[in-house]
Ligand binder design. Structure first.
Ligand code: COA
Length: 186
């Protein structure tokens, strides 16, 4: 049996995570600003969770093996099926365990999950040019820079320019056992 060296696992966010998630998000506000904002109170947490329940989109927690500590969160957003089979990733580390390589591993697992289980073909990450930590992370995972879109996303009160990074299933040589039902035959 092959040895598994992974230090993290993925699991879906659920309502029992509310207390810990809010505490971690509050303690990480400085790390996250001005790039991303996570729920900061119970109402926002419930709205955030509701977005992912029963939807094609997913909110996955990156958890440290053994302790189960939540190291970060990765969202698979904006899933488009049909001829596109694409989604956007959003992610954040929590300050307690940031900079330890857990997020690179976690995003790598999400890429594998998205291609094998969700049967997507392409994942995109939109990143502001000044967000060096995020740019390093996607490079480490194997994304390629596809381009640059001025005023792409409304972040921290303004429309911000973003670099567009993406990875396809062919780039990591992962194919689903069967194509998604919405993919046309030709
Ligand atoms: C972007 C972000 C998620 C990166 O999280 P992180 O915890 O720093 O990511 P990682 O720990 O996986 O990788 C960072 C460092 O860990 C280091 N590391 C330490 N131990 C490691 C190990 N065993 N294996 C791999 N890397 C390791 C790596 O060298 C890496 O440093 P480098 O990128 O300077 O080379 C985090 O900075 C964040 O939450 N930013 C705010 C939110 C945000 O910007 N989201 C993205 C919007 S586009």
């Amino acid at each position: 049996m092959p040895t598994d060296f992974r230090r993290v696992t993925l699991r879906a966010l659920d309502e029992s995570d509310q207390g810990e998630f809010l505490e971690l998000a509050r303690a990480s506000a400085e790390l996250h600003h001005p790039w991303i904002s996570l729920p900061s109170d119970v109402r926002e947490f419930r709205e955030y969770l509701a977005r992912y329940v029963g939807a094609d989109e997913e909110c996955l927690l990156v958890c440290v093996r053994g302790s189960g500590d939540i190291a970060g969160v990765v969202n698979v957003n904006s899933v488009i099926r049909g001829r596109f089979q694409s989604a956007s990733l959003a992610y954040a580390a929590f300050a307690r365990t940031a900079g330890m390589g857990y997020m690179a591993e976690g995003v790598g697992l999400v890429v594998r999950h998205a291609f094998e289980r969700l049967r997507l073909h392409r994942l995109e990450a939109q990143i502001q040019p000044g967000n060096h930590a995020s740019l390093r992370l996607v490079r480490r995972v194997g994304f390629r820079r596809e381009g640059y879109s001025p005023e792409l996303l409304f972040i921290d009160g303004a429309w911000r320019d973003h670099e567009r990074w993406a990875i396809t299933s062919a780039m990591v040589d992962i194919a689903p056992t069967a194509p998604h039902s919405t993919l046309p035959e030709r």
